[in-house]
Design a binder for this molecule. Structure first.
Ligand SMILES: C[S@@+](CC[C@H](N)C(=O)[O-])C[C@H]1O[C@@H](n2cnc3c(N)ncnc32)[C@H](O)[C@@H]1O
Length: 229
């Protein structure tokens, strides 16, 4: 199959097999300060210096993030491919939404979306979208009660398992995507996502465009003892 050159992206049935016409950018992901900070957070979730590094990195990039991301062909394809496998959900919580790179695809699939990011400076660049509310929120302290969120979605997000485990509803799903797979600074491998959330979760994963999606399904019943910190 020839590579797609359409700016609208491939048809839904093609999304796993068509590569964007261009190369993925070289972001020096393995040595990127965001990758190192993400790894430190997974090793030590209260590593304040690692959290500060991430916050500062993206505060600095907020004014130009939209311009850069919109030049990346196929950037949201992993989100669209993963959503095609997700169960219908009445609403979704998007984490680390940036300037809304995944949000339009999510809003097309789910009736109500709460799109969140740490930085108001990122949200300031988001478009109004039907069914979408934009809010500041820190992945360390999500403004939701325990086990109440049916679907969590992130594209190139900061992975902080304790809060995901706390808010996800029984049988809820987490769609974790990267635009460039291991070439993404904040990449966490599907196996590690699964191990961190719980090997009793269901998992499916795949590739789309230059990136990857991982769809994780929480167990249908979640005794409070499952929660980890
Ligand atoms: C790599 S960008 C991804 C943005 C967008 N989803 C995309 O794919 O282009 C990471 C995002 O995580 C946000 N972020 C960093 N630390 C965060 C935190 N503690 N809580 C919530 N969001 C955070 C940043 O502001 C930034 O928008």
């Amino acid at each position: 199959m020839p590579p797609s050159t359409s700016s609208a992206g491939p048809a839904p049935g093609d999304i796993d097999t068509v590569l964007p016409a261009d190369q993925a950018p070289d972001l020096d992901a393995a040595a990127h300060s965001s990758r190192l900070a993400q790894q430190r957070i997974l090793a030590s979730p209260k590593d304040a210096d690692a959290w500060r590094t991430l916050a500062a990195t993206y505060a600095e990039q907020a004014p130009t993030w939209r311009e850069w991301s919109s030049a990346q062909h196929g950037y949201d394809w992993p989100v669209r491919a993963g959503l095609a496998r997700a169960r219908p959900a009445p609403w979704a919580l998007e984490l680390c939404c940036g300037t809304g790179e995944a949000t339009a695809a999510l809003a097309a699939a789910v009736p109500v979306v709460v799109a969140t990011d740490l930085h108001a400076g990122m949200l300031a660049h988001c478009d109004d979208l039907p069914g979408v509310r934009w809010r500041t929120a820190d992945v360390r302290a999500l403004p939701y009660a325990d086990h109440t969120v049916p679907l969590i979605v992130a594209l190139n997000g900061v992975f902080h398992p304790p809060e995901v485990q706390r808010v996800i509803a029984p049988g809820g799903q987490v769609l974790w995507c990267t635009a460039f797979g291991p070439g993404t600074p904040l990449y966490v491998a599907p196996r590690q996502l699964h191990q961190r959330l719980g090997t009793d979760w269901g998992i499916a994963c795949g590739r789309a465009g230059h990136g990857q999606w991982t769809l994780l399904t929480a167990p249908a019943s979640r005794p409070s003892s499952r929660r980890s910190h």
